[in-house]
Design a protein around this ligand. Structure first.
Ligand SMILES: NC(=O)c1ccc[n+]([C@@H]2O[C@H](COP(=O)([O-])OP(=O)(O)OC[C@H]3O[C@@H](n4cnc5c(N)ncnc54)[C@H](O)[C@@H]3O)[C@@H](O)[C@H]2O)c1
Length: 336
């Protein structure tokens, strides 16, 4: 697919930046408009540096914009005839949603509603792709988590906001025939990643020889997805038409995960061993064990059969290989 105009919201964010960079590095001939409000939930310089990298591509433009501002979005949709809209802008993070609920309603609920309304009133958009999250599965007892599982029991406001996105998208697809694909990401990680996430903050703390807390006494499991696998998956979704679902609607959701949950203690040691290998620390610090935190889930585990069936691809990068790439980037970015 060439000469398409794509809107990516959250373009200064980890996945938005990585996706745009991946598409241009792999010669996808798109005009991409990236928007982001550049909020300070984490290091704004990292966001600005991501945008600086993207600005080297002549088909890329960046605009500082908030998706919760309906007028600004309306004007943007009048100026450009987007073929595809990829909504990645959101207030991320489960724990932050306990203390800062407003941000989730503003960006994830009102912001997403504004995107839907703009798409609804535009005839050019052929596909709305949006970020959901593995957190919508709540404390699902059945593993692996399948797209067919019931998802009505979110355990955080963040998860509830993402579940709302899926439901809003379904309603707009049903009412107005907007083809929609929801991406249920399972802990994406890698170079230029998010400093608020465990792999990043564990690395920071190990380098400072600070003690790290492992919740639920380290007895938790996460399905980690390397960022390149995430980008490949989204690029395949961009290039295809949305398959009709069981209600004959162009509406789909996909798990984007590795189908391989990792124990938190093993994850901790994988980071430590990688830092040792690169001679960045002298020993792996002893973690501190604490009980489960409100909003956390015991495990995430993606069933990737649907993704594999529809796109002949599913994420496979091992945690060891992915963490190695992250640490190499970290050393180059922060320690040179
Ligand atoms: N990274 C993961 O593991 C993961 C897992 C599940 C879901 N997700 C979802 O994927 C999407 C991208 O995540 P990410 O890891 O890149 O997060 P990120 O925080 O790095 O990126 C989100 C970007 O959106 C921007 N943003 C926030 N609110 C905005 C608003 N109102 N208007 C405009 N921009 C706004 C932020 O400034 C940020 O740059 C998010 O929707 C997130 O909830 C990510």
């Amino acid at each position: 697919m060439t000469n398409k105009t794509i809107l990516v919201t959250g373009a200064a964010g980890f996945i938005g930046f990585s996706l745009i960079n991946y598409l241009y590095e792999h010669n996808f001939d798109y005009t991409i408009i990236g928007i982001d409000n550049l909020n300070d939930y984490y290091d704004v310089n990292l966001k600005l540096n991501r945008i600086k990298i993207l600005k080297k591509y002549s088909n890329f433009s960046f605009l500082k914009m908030d998706i919760s501002n309906k007028q600004d979005l309306d004007d943007l949709f009048k100026e450009f005839n987007f073929d595809i809209v990829i909504n990645l802008a959101a207030q991320a993070g489960v724990r932050y949603s306990i203390s800062n609920p407003d941000a989730y309603i503003q960006s994830n609920v009102i912001g997403f509603y504004n995107i839907l309304e703009c798409v609804r009133h535009t005839s050019s958009v052929k596909h709305l792709i949006y970020a959901s999250s593995s957190s919508i599965y709540g404390n699902n007892q059945k593993v692996p988590y399948s797209e067919k599982d019931k998802t009505s029991k979110p355990v955080s406001l963040y998860a509830a906001s993402k579940l709302t996105n899926e439901q809003f998208a379904y309603a707009y697809c049903k009412l107005y025939g907007i083809p929609c694909t929801g991406l249920r990401f399972f802990t994406a990680y890698g170079p230029y990643g998010r400093p608020d996430m465990a792999y990043f903050s564990f690395t920071n703390k190990m380098l400072r020889n600070e003690q790290i807390t492992l919740f639920n006494n380290g007895d938790m499991y996460r399905d980690f997805t390397y960022i390149d696998d995430v980008c490949i998956t989204i690029s395949k979704i961009i290039c295809s038409n949305v398959k009709l679902n069981e209600d004959n609607l162009p509406y789909q959701v996909y798990n984007i995960g590795n189908h391989h949950p990792e124990n938190l203690r093993d994850f901790y040691n994988t980071i430590g061993e990688c830092l040792l290998k690169h001679q960045m620390i002298l020993k792996i610090p002893e973690p501190k064990y604490l009980p489960m935190q409100p909003g956390d889930v015991y495990q995430t585990y993606a069933d990737t059969e649907k993704l594999e069936n529809d796109f002949e691809f599913c994420p496979k990068t091992s945690l060891k290989d992915g963490i190695e790439k992250f640490i190499v980037w970290y050393k180059q970015y922060y320690l040179k």
